[in-house]
Design a protein around this ligand. Structure first.
Ligand code: PLP
Length: 383
């Protein structure tokens, strides 16, 4: 199949380096291409597929809902949003927080940063080196990757990038009392699976409170069970003021959430969206939380992740293994292009990547022990 065609018709804007594989079907932790070839999915479509491809309960929830009502605007009561908030509060341990629904991770962070600034009237933001928070205006400004920042964005927000885990520098900046918010990933994903130390997170929490700085936890990749807890920051036993979620929330249907502490006051019209929180997405997201509970997928992510990490430690040639649950980074001394290519084309395994030297494993949270073992067998053949 030719992906980019002639000059006579509209072609796709070529921003993605594509594998020449046309995935047309998925079931659990397997995906299938148009030739019928089966692949083991250790990538989850970039940490998005949480409960497994085409889970019957999820398919039924979405199908039933679209047959009834796919969308109506945020100007009327949407009981599904209320049910989703209730279930999310319970599952995450944040029952006293509020939920604002949008469509993508970048939007979740955009709203979080804005809300923080509305709240304390301050402008400066502290972010961390190596971080990724999205591609919209504020989100890209707090992202530490120059290639995403266009001249119209550059320097338009007052952002200070600090070293992860360097609490003294953070303290020094926050003591100036002009910082509106600190934004930090639960685990740096695109940056290569780096987890902030628990102690750092605890001290960060305390300094933010002392200086009236809003603490925003970007759990877009590391949240929703992926780390082996509902949120990665829960390993540190802290509570941020705002948490952002996306990716796994609706198993691939575009949806995201900004989870907001009761210290914020909601003002009519201050935030808003056309599509966010639509009926179809809510039905899917409710099904995702129910499946996660029924099938104990967070416990599964912790168990299968521990197993993978301990087995991978026995493999030769891996420089460092980072992460927890089913968010694992495998750093190699040499560039990983060849290994990843062998994995995909010879062993039929999808994996993710971070930079030139790190493979990222981000499978559905339903990955079984048998599938994990199968991955290890196939991986070994590529080293
Ligand atoms: C930690 C983190 N934040 C934000 C985003 C942006 O999410 P989206 O692509 O849905 O806008 C991503 C996407 O990879 C992410 O990993």
């Amino acid at each position: 199949m030719q992906h980019f065609k002639s000059k006579k018709q509209m072609n796709l804007f070529d921003v993605y380096p594509l594998f020449p594989i046309n995935i047309v079907k998925g079931k659990g932790c397997k995906v299938y291409d148009s030739e019928g070839t089966e692949y083991l999915d250790l990538y989850g479509g970039h940490a998005v597929v949480s409960v497994g491809h085409s889970h019957p309960k999820y398919v039924k929830a979405i199908s039933d809902q679209v047959a009834k009502l796919g969308f109506y605007s945020n100007s009327v009561i949407n009981a599904l949003q209320v049910e989703l908030a209730e279930k999310l509060g319970k599952a995450s341990g944040y029952e006293d927080y509020f939920l604002f629904l949008i469509n993508s991770g970048a939007e979740a962070n955009e709203n979080a940063l804005k809300l923080a600034s509305f709240h304390n009237g301050k402008k400066r933001i502290v972010s961390f080196k190596n971080s990724f928070h999205g591609r919209t205006f504020a989100a890209v400004n707090v992202t530490d990757t120059l290639k995403h920042v266009a001249p119209i964005n550059e320097g338009r927000l007052d952002v200070t990038f600090l070293e992860l885990n360097d609490i003294e520098t953070v303290r020094k900046e926050l003591k100036k009392e002009d910082v509106s918010s600190v934004i930090i990933e639960g685990v740096q994903g695109i940056g290569g699976i780096y987890t902030p130390d628990n102690r750092f997170m605890q001290e960060l929490r305390a300094i933010c409170t002392e200086t009236n700085t809003v603490l925003i936890l970007d759990e877009i990749q590391s949240g929703y069970g992926r780390s082996g807890k509902f949120f990665a920051h829960q390993y540190a036993g802290i509570k941020p003021d705002i948490i952002t979620v996306a990716k796994g929330i609706c198993n691939g249907f575009p949806m995201a959430g900004t989870i907001i502490s009761p210290m914020f006051k909601a003002i009519h019209g201050q935030l808003g969206t056309t599509f966010g929180g639509n009926h179809l997405g809510c039905a899917g997201a409710i099904a995702v939380l129910e499946i996660m509970e029924e099938e104990q997928l967070i416990e599964n992510a912790a168990k299968v992740g521990d197993f993978l990490i301990s087995e991978l430690k026995k493999f030769p040639g891996i420089k460092e293994i980072r992460g927890s649950g089913l968010m694992i980074g495998l750093e190699f001394e040499q560039p990983i292009k060849e290994i990843r290519s062998k994995l995909l084309f010879e062993q039929k395994v999808f994996t993710g990547v971070a930079g030139l030297h790190t493979i990222r494993l981000l499978p559905p949270l339903s990955l079984s022990m048998d599938e994990a073992e199968e991955f290890l067998v196939r991986f070994k053949k590529c080293l």
